[in-house]
Design a protein around this ligand. Structure first.
Ligand code: SAM
Length: 276
């Protein structure tokens, strides 16, 4: 989310092509094919695979992100890279999206990469009796409970807040909705596919997995070296979802964001095989 402005777009170099039309992908393929780098890193030669592709080389990618987020204020503005004023438009777009897909269950939702609980408080708690969250930063996780419980809602509660990275998180419940927003760029390709597979198994019957992310407007992956995240092309994300056993049931571009930001899409998925 730090890499959202036009200036960022101009200063970032996306130099690695994504191989087109890849329909199947095993872990070996993921290790080496989805190269993500900046010009600087390319010159440095990360060797064999990429910082993002190879599981054995990922601690640095995660540690750097952790360090970055530890410097960010636990505020809505902090969560949105200084663009706190887009929060209401964002939530409104997500509300319309959720109304359209008609999530049948109303009991339990999961907010992935929840930050201080902006999405939980404004989007999920008004719809679900209980909301769990996953957030890697301890201070944000603590703030999330306070921020979401501030809202006096008799009909909804904050459930478990898992203070762990999504790359390690394993759901132990069956969720009516799993929502993941502005966080998946912090996962390596390999971990992203594994994360999708685990989320698929954490869904109640007829439940949805939804993501809302920035996407690059070209067919290239863009690395943000500051917050250690990547912005992926839409078709790559779609391939990863399909590889993980999801089918995409709705895809909508967020409207009315300020000019110069990356395109933001909401994608709703269901398992393409019965897992429950
Ligand atoms: C741009 S903020 C978005 C927060 C929230 N989803 C929202 O839209 O307000 C990104 C959040 O992802 C968290 N994050 C970064 N890497 C993560 C990871 N590997 N696992 C879980 N959370 C992560 C950050 O700590 C931060 O709270």
């Amino acid at each position: 989310m730090a890499s959202t402005t036009e200036t960022d777009l101009i200063t970032k170099l996306d130099i690695v092509n994504i191989s087109p039309e890849k329909t199947t992908m095993d872990k070996e393929t993921l290790k080496t094919s989805e190269l993500v780098t900046t010009e600087t890193e390319a010159k440095k030669d990360v060797g064999g695979g990429s910082a993002v592709g190879a599981p054995s080389r990922t601690p640095e990618f995660y540690n750097k992100a952790q360090k970055y987020w530890s410097t960010v204020p636990a505020t809505v503005n902090g969560m949105l890279g200084g663009l706190g004023y887009i929060s209401a438009i964002d939530i409104q777009g997500s509300n319309v999206f959720l109304r359209e897909i008609r999530v049948p269950g109303r009991k339990l939702a999961l907010d992935c990469g929840a930050g201080i609980g902006r999405v939980s408080r404004n989007l999920l708690m008004p719809r679900f009796s209980c909301v769990d969250m996953v957030e890697q930063d301890r201070a944000f996780a603590e703030k999330a409970r306070e921020y979401c419980e501030q809202e006096d809602r008799a009909d909804s509660a904050v459930g478990d807040i898992y203070n762990v990275g999504l790359q390690e998180f394993r759901p132990t419940k069956q969720y009516d909705l799993i929502w993941s927003q502005w966080v998946l760029g912090h996962l390596t390709d390999y971990d992203l596919v594994e994360f999708f597979q685990r989320m698929r198994l954490g869904l109640a019957p007829d439940a949805y997995f939804c993501l809302k992310e920035n996407f690059s407007s070209t067919n290239k992956v863009i690395l943000d070296d500051e917050d250690s995240s990547v912005t992926r092309p839409l078709d790559q994300m779609e391939r990863f979802l399909k590889t993980s056993g999801f089918r995409i049931v709705r895809k909508v571009r967020q409207q009315n964001f300020p000019k110069g930001l990356f395109p933001v899409y909401m994608i709703a998925c269901k398992p393409n095989v019965k897992t429950n």
